[in-house]
Design a protein around this ligand. Structure first.
Ligand code: GRF
Length: 218
């Protein structure tokens, strides 16, 4: 897991594992911020951090991080609130095993300040997306989304606060599919059980991922 912030998404995974709802193991938490609260959510032996600002350049940070990540031999690498842009070499090294949770309905609002930008754009729908990571920022194929309405009195903080618990359900549901070996990326498309998805899966109100083909026609 790669995280720079609070680590509530990491906690959601840890809780699901603890409840027996997610058959997975967190083998390391990696951060570019040694003070990131996310690190404190796991045992010291699983924590790794290097202050990215102390590294001579991005390539050096990326290769140090890559060596550390490779050292724990993860099946999957999940980024949640990891605030460094991962360079080309890092992404290519782990491509196909690297996923990210992004707080917008991609391809809308790549990058930062997604909640404020969704409101400013007059969007009526907002949400979060889990996607495979490619070198282009927030542009990899989307695995699954969770949607929610933007209310007329919403501010960026209120929207973020309502979205975060939904992100937690989304990340656990997608992690379950990852752990079961059911997801892969080929030719820039998400595959589930070996079949390309033409649209992302969607989290329903019960916290279940539904396939596009199971949705009623519009
Ligand atoms: C989440 O909103 C995630 O989508 C975004 O950063 C936030 C991280 O939250 N990229 P946390 O550190 O998991 O609490």
């Amino acid at each position: 897991m790669l995280a720079s912030g609070g680590g509530s998404n990491l906690q959601a995974l840890l809780d699901a594992i603890g409840r027996g709802d997610l058959a997975a193991e967190i083998v390391g938490v990696f951060s570019d911020r040694p003070t990131a609260p996310a690190l404190l959510r796991v045992a010291e032996a699983l924590r790794w951090s290097v202050d990215a600002r102390m590294q001579p350049d991005r390539a050096q940070f990326d290769s140090t991080l890559a060596e550390a990540v490779a050292g724990v031999q993860p099946d999957w690498i999940i980024c949640a609130g990891f605030m460094r842009i991962l360079g080309h070499a890092f992404v290519e090294r782990f491509r196909g095993r690297l996923v990210n949770i992004h707080p917008s309905l991609l391809p809308r609002h790549r990058g930062l300040r997604t909640h404020a930008r969704a409101i400013a754009a007059g969007d009526t729908l907002h949400g979060a997306s889990m996607h495979f990571v490619i070198p282009e920022l927030d542009a990899g194929s989307v695995i699954a989304i969770v949607e929610m309405p933007i209310l007329h009195h919403d501010s960026a903080p209120s929207l973020a606060a309502r979205l975060l618990p939904r992100e937690h359900v989304l990340i656990v549901a997608v992690a379950q599919l990852l752990a079961q070996g059911r997801l892969s990326e080929h030719d820039g498309k998400t595959h589930l059980d070996g079949h390309a998805l033409f649209r992302p899966m969607r989290l329903d109100l019960h916290g279940t991922l539904t396939l596009p083909s199971q949705e009623p026609a519009a």
